[in-house]
Design a protein around this ligand. Structure first.
Ligand code: HEM
Ligand code: HEM
Length: 271
């Protein structure tokens, strides 16, 4: 197998996104559409064939979706960070800062749990703000807290319009905001919060599509761990890699083949 433990750990995030988050998005959006259709049909004709329970089911699965997105986001930023901690043995040089980061993870998760439980508007606002702040600070932990010269969460590239990182943080904050305003959507008779929810979560849907595209692009670009020393020697701007050393040739013999056979050569023979 070509995968090392580091590569397998890296795959957990995309696997969860593909197997849990994206199917949930499909169901939640389908039910969102039905909830809206039902509400408009009842307002216009007084009845609808869509069952009334669809709104509740949208919210129930929406709550799971929000939690899954926060989890996937935290996994996305934590694996590169843990990798750096192990590689540079940071617990020896900055143990206090690492403890602070660990506490921040706990505080962020606790705030999220409390946001799920809170009913009064003030507490929902407090816990949503704390959760959001935790997510943003943790997403910049390598720069903001550890102040590493060479960032660990490295895929905040300058191409922010195509950045998996910025899309990911924004869409996670939008999910936290959705959690915070559930009661307001129900209580507002003029449907202003409902409209806010629809506008923001339509943007979230576009960002999710962006995550699907930028995430698969990133999977294609990131080398396997044992390939890193070679691949990172390449000049990305000019799309050039160092030339391999010339094969040793002695007069009268054929050039030798590369030492490592290609994966194709390893495949079972067809005979
Ligand atoms: C991509 C994700 C989402 C989209 C596109 C979306 C969109 C919508 C739409 C179109 C409606 C119907 C509005 C109407 O009646 O006109 C709705 C209702 C609602 N949504 Fe979402 N939503 C999403 C995720 C969430 C999440 C994550 C939550 C909560 C955690 C949530 C909570 C609610 C609530 C409370 C309602 C009102 C339901 C009712 O009237 O029974 N939504 N949403
Ligand atoms: C809800 C959807 C998603 C969110 C919120 C999300 C968020 C993030 C964040 C914040 C990071 C860390 C910053 C970075 O390296 O860019 C990250 C890393 C990454 N994401 Fe996603 N992502 C999502 C979906 C996906 C999908 C669908 C894929 C691929 C199929 C993917 C592949 C990756 C990869 C390969 C990394 C690098 C991980 C590492 O180095 O350990 N992501 N993601």
């Amino acid at each position: 197998m070509y995968l090392a433990l580091k590569d397998i750990l890296r795959l957990i995030h995309p696997i969860l996104a593909v197997l849990v988050v994206f199917p949930l998005i499909g169901i939640v959006v389908f039910m969102a559409w039905q909830t809206r259709q039902r509400r408009l049909q009842v307002a216009a004709e007084g009845k609808s064939k869509i069952p009334p329970v669809v709104g509740q089911e949208h919210v129930q699965l929406g709550r799971w979706l929000a939690a899954a997105v926060v989890l996937v986001e935290l996994l996305g930023i934590s694996r590169p960070m843990l990798d750096r901690v192990m590689q540079d043995q940071l617990w020896q040089t900055v143990p206090f800062k690492l403890t602070l980061i660990a506490l921040l993870y706990l505080a962020t998760i606790a705030s999220l749990v409390l946001l799920y439980r809170a009913r009064p508007k003030r507490w929902r606002a407090v816990f949503a703000t704390l959760t959001g702040m935790g997510i943003v600070i943790l997403s910049y932990q390598d720069l903001a807290i550890l102040q590493l010269a060479n960032p660990a969460i490295y895929r905040r590239n300058e191409e922010w319009l195509l950045s998996h990182f910025y899309y990911g943080v924004t869409v996670t904050l939008l999910m936290v905001f959705s959690l915070a305003i559930i009661q307001d959507i129900y209580q507002d008779r003029e449907n202003r919060w409902r409209t806010v929810h629809i506008v923001l979560n339509s943007i979230a849907l576009l960002l999710f599509v962006g995550q699907g595209i930028t995430g698969t692009r990133d999977l294609l670009e990131i080398p396997l761990s044992w390939q890193e020393p070679h691949i990172y020697q390449c000049d990305y701007a000019n799309k050039k890699c160092p030339e391999p050393p010339p094969a040793k040739q002695s007069r009268g013999t054929l050039p030798s083949f590369p030492a490592t056979p290609s994966p194709l050569a390893l495949s079972p023979s067809r005979e």
